[in-house]
Design a protein around this ligand. Structure first.
Ligand code: FES
Ligand SMILES: [Fe+2]
Length: 426
C-alpha cells in the first residue's frame, strides 16, 4: 500500500515530474515506420507533450511541437517538403532541429529582417529501428536505441497499437505478474467458452531477479519443475516499460498521466529453411471496446490484460490495495522506479541505458528455446493471432500465403477459439 503522494509520484510523467524525468532518459516507440509512408505526419502525445511526427520528402524524420510558432496552427495538418514540415496556415517551414527555415511572406516583405532566425520550436530526435520509430525526450547526449537480438530474427513481424485509457504504471506492473496468467488468461478464457473446468495448472512458486535490462520472473506450476524453462529462463519485465516473452514485445508508452499507448511487436518464425525477407513490417490499430455493447473486448490475450488495467481505474489507487506474496515483483519494480527517479534527480545515469555502440549489437535477452521463440522452432501451422482483436484481413491473408508457399499450413480455428498458451506466451 502506498500513500497518495507516493502513488502520484509513480504515475506522473509530465516534464519536470520525477518519474517523467526518469522516463525521458529512454527511447520510446511511438509509431511504425510504415505508418509515415502512408501518412507523412502523425500527431503524437507523449508524456503529456503534444508533438507532431513527420517524414519529409527527403526521408528525414522529425518530431516537433505540434503548434506552429507563428500563430499556433496545428502542424500535424502541415505538409512535408524535401526538407522539413511546412505549416499549412501561412507556410512557415521547419527542419527537424526545430529551426524555421522559410517564412514566405516575411522574406518577401522584409528580407533584411531575418525574422526566421529568431524562431526555434521544440524538437526531439527520432530513430527508426525494427520497423518502429523511436523518440527521445531527454537531455543530450541521448543513449542508443537498444538493439535487441530478436529484432534480427528471420520471421514475419507485425506492429499493433492500442490506446488504453489508464496510466502506464499499472500496465507495466502487469509485466512482472506471473500469477495473473493463470486466472486472467487461462481460466477466464475457459469460463468464457462455457466450460467450468478443469482449470489450468496452478502456480506453486514464483521468483524474481534483476538483470542488466530489467527483471526476470520465474514460475513453477503444478505441471512443471525447476528444470522447466518457465523457471530456468523465465520471462522478461524489460526496463522501464515493456514485457518481452521471447517472440513479442509489449511496450506501455505513457501518452500522459491517464492514457497509455500499447505498442506490440510480434514475431512469427516462418516455416522452411529458405531466407525470408519482409520488405515492410505492417502495422495496425487494434480496438479495445466492442461498439455494439460498449464493453471491453475480452476475446484476445492482451485485451484481457487491458481489461484488468482499465479496471484498476484511470490511475490505480494504491492507497487501497493489499499486496501479497504474488506481488513481490511489483514491489521490487516500484522500489527500483523510485530509486532511479531519485538518481536522475541527483544527476546520475539511470539503469539500463546503453551508450557504447559496440555493446549495442544484437543485445541478447533471456529467451525460451521452445514455444516457437527461437529460429528453427517454428510450428509449420500458422496459428490464429490470439494477442489482440481485429487483425486486418490483408495481414492474415499475407501470412497464410507465406506459410503455404513455404510448405506450412494454416490452422482453421477462429481467433476467439484459439489456443491460450502459457509456454512461449507470457
Ligand atoms: S500559424 Fe503557422 S505559418 Fe502561420
Ligand atoms: Fe497478461
Amino acid at each position: 500500500m502506498l500513500s497518495e503522494d507516493e502513488n502520484r509520484y509513480l504515475a506522473e510523467v509530465g516534464p519536470g515530474t520525477p518519474m517523467g524525468e526518469l522516463m525521458r532518459r529512454y527511447w520510446m516507440p511511438i509509431a511504425a515506420a510504415a505508418e509515415l509512408e502512408d501518412n507523412a505526419t502523425k500527431p503524437v502525445r507523449l508524456m503529456g507533450e503534444d508533438l507532431v511526427l513527420y517524414r519529409d520528402l527527403g526521408g528525414k524524420y522529425g518530431l516537433l511541437d505540434q503548434h506552429c510558432s507563428h500563430r499556433r496552427a496545428d502542424l500535424s495538418y502541415g505538409y512535408v517538403e524535401e526538407t522539413g514540415l511546412r505549416c499549412n496556415y501561412h507556410g512557415w517551414l521547419y527542419d527537424e532541429a526545430g529551426h524555421c527555415i522559410e517564412q514566405p511572406f516575411e522574406e518577401t516583405a522584409h528580407p533584411e529582417a531575418n525574422f526566421k532566425e529568431k524562431i526555434l520550436i521544440k524538437s526531439y530526435p527520432v530513430e527508426a529501428k525494427a520497423g518502429l520509430l523511436w523518440a527521445y525526450l531527454g537531455p543530450k547526449p541521448a543513449p542508443l536505441v537498444p538493439d535487441w537480438d530478436v529484432f534480427y530474427d528471420q520471421g514475419y513481424k507485425q506492429i499493433v497499437f492500442s490506446h488504453v485509457p489508464c496510466n502506464w504504471v499499472q500496465c507495466q506492473e502487469n509485466s512482472i505478474d506471473p500469477v495473473h496468467f493463470e486466472w486472467l488468461h487461462s481460466n477466464w478464457s475457459l469460463r468464457m467458452k462455457g466450460s467450468t473446468g478443469p482449470y489450468s495448472p496452478t502456480h506453486l512458486k514464483i521468483g524474481f531477479d534483476e538483470f542488466d535490462y530489467g527483471f526476470v520472473y520465474r514460475r513453477i506450476r503444478s505441471d512443471t519443475t525447476e528444470d522447466n524453462e518457465l523457471w530456468t529462463v523465465g520471462r522478461v519485465c524489460l526496463w522501464p516499460n515493456a514485457l518481452y516473452t521471447g517472440n513479442h514485445f509489449e511496450w506501455r508508452v505513457p501518452i500522459d498521466d491517464e492514457n497509455t499507448l500499447s505498442v506490440g511487436w510480434f514475431l512469427d518464425n516462418v516455416p522452411g529453411e529458405e531466407p525470408f525477407e519482409q520488405e515492410r513490417i505492417p502495422y495496425w490499430y487494434s480496438p479495445i471496446k466492442d461498439p455494439q455493447t460498449g464493453r471491453w473486448i475480452s476475446s484476445h490475450v492482451m485485451n484481457q490484460d487491458f481489461i484488468a488495467w482499465v479496471g484498476q481505474g484511470t490511475n490505480a489507487d494504491r492507497t487501497q490495495e493489499h499486496l501479497g506474496d504474488s506481488d513481490r515483483g511489483v514491489i521490487m519494480m516500484r522500489r527500483k522506479m523510485v530509486e532511479q527517479a531519485q538518481l536522475v534527480a541527483d544527476g546520475g545515469e539511470p539503469f539500463a541505458t546503453i551508450r557504447e555502440a559496440d555493446l549495442n549489437q544484437k543485445v541478447r535477452l533471456p529467451r525460451f528455446a521452445d514455444g516457437g521463440a527461437l529460429p528453427g522452432t517454428a510450428s509449420r501451422a500458422l496459428r490464429p493471432f490470439t494477442f489482440q482483436a481485429g487483425q486486418p484481413r490483408a495481414i492474415t491473408e499475407e501470412m497464410e500465403r507465406i506459410w503455404v508457399e513455404r510448405g506450412g499450413s494454416v490452422a482453421v480455428a477462429a481467433p476467439s477459439q484459439g489456443p491460450i498458451r502459457l509456454d512461449g506466451r507470457a
